[in-house]
Design a protein around this ligand. Structure first.
Ligand code: PGA
Length: 277
């Protein structure tokens, strides 16, 4: 168990039963996002100095936006180059056109890729336009390509209110690979704000599997806001179960949750390394 404090702000504590899991409660989402962005920047630079690629697993949704904003700032103001970076996004709605307002291709271009010097052919996002029959082969190739690049060095994650990581909804087992999945109703309800109506929200998505995610060397999960507090608590303090796919993260050797106050609200003081009042 480690209780090293590497900065005065966060509280760090490793859950006893989950050797590789640490939980940081930070003062707010901006501080948490900057911390992850700095870690990503340091990894990119370290790899560049060794003439090696850096493979990043990227997430969409409202949660990682500040991380991308900070990476863009580091590119513009601190000369951080993405020339040696290869990316794999977690998921994409299916079917969806890349230029649709809600597509994750568009999201990633607008939030990150259009503002940095990444080589376009190094970007991988599940393709929402392929024929249904081609999906299984496409998904196998996606996992294989990740492996061929040497595997994901750092995977950025959010968490859905269902406990999903990527679009691995309740029921997704630990051995799942990249595949076509049905979206949970709660996930679709949460997406109504983007699509304008429940009947507009896709029923399906392509997602990296739980096992695909767990193959990554490091995993950093961000969660902000009180609407995430309950699922964060259950995924960290509850049992490891397919009912909450995020709970499988507890089996990983290097996973860190970075939370704001509100998202950490339901965690017990001992998880946060706090002394009860
Ligand atoms: P959010 O989604 O960042 O929009 O809350 C997170 C997720 O579904 O993984």
């Amino acid at each position: 168990m480690s209780s090293t404090l590497d900065s005065p702000t966060p509280l760090k504590h490793t859950i006893e039963s989950s050797q590789g899991l640490s939980v940081l409660k930070l003062s707010d989402a901006a501080v948490a996002s900057k911390r992850v962005a700095r870690e990503i920047g340091a990894l990119i630079r370290q790899r560049a100095s060794e003439n090696r690629n850096c493979v990043l697993g990227l997430a969409t949704g409202s949660t990682p936006i500040r991380v991308y904003r900070e990476l863009v700032r580091m590119h513009r103001e601190e000369g951080l180059s993405f020339h040696n970076v290869i990316t794999f996004n977690l998921d994409e709605y299916f079917p969806i056109q890349p230029n649709a307002a809600q597509s994750y291709v568009r999201f990633m271009n607008e939030q990150l890729f259009d503002h940095i010097d990444i080589v376009r052919t190094n970007i991988h996002i599940p393709n929402g336009t392929i024929e249904l029959e081609a999906v299984p082969g496409y998904c196998r190739d996606y996992d294989e390509l990740i492996a061929t690049t040497g595997g994901i060095d750092l995977q950025l994650l959010g968490i859905g209110r269902t406990g999903h990581i990527g679009f691995n909804e309740p029921g997704a087992t630990r051995d799942t690979r990249t595949r076509l999945v049905k979206l949970d109703t709660l996930t679709r309800v949460d997406a109504v704000k983007d699509f304008g109506g429940m009947d507009q929200v896709p029923l399906l998505a392509i997602t990296m599997g739980v096992d695909s995610i767990l193959q990554s060397s490091r995993i950093r999960l961000l969660a902000f806001g009180e609407h995430k507090a309950d699922i964060v608590q259950r995924s960290i303090e509850g049992p490891i179960t397919s009912t909450i796919p995020a709970s499988y993260l507890k089996t990983h050797r290097d996973v860190q949750y970075l939370l704001d106050d509100a998202a950490a609200e339901c965690l017990s003081p001992s998880t946060l390394g706090e002394t009860p009042q």
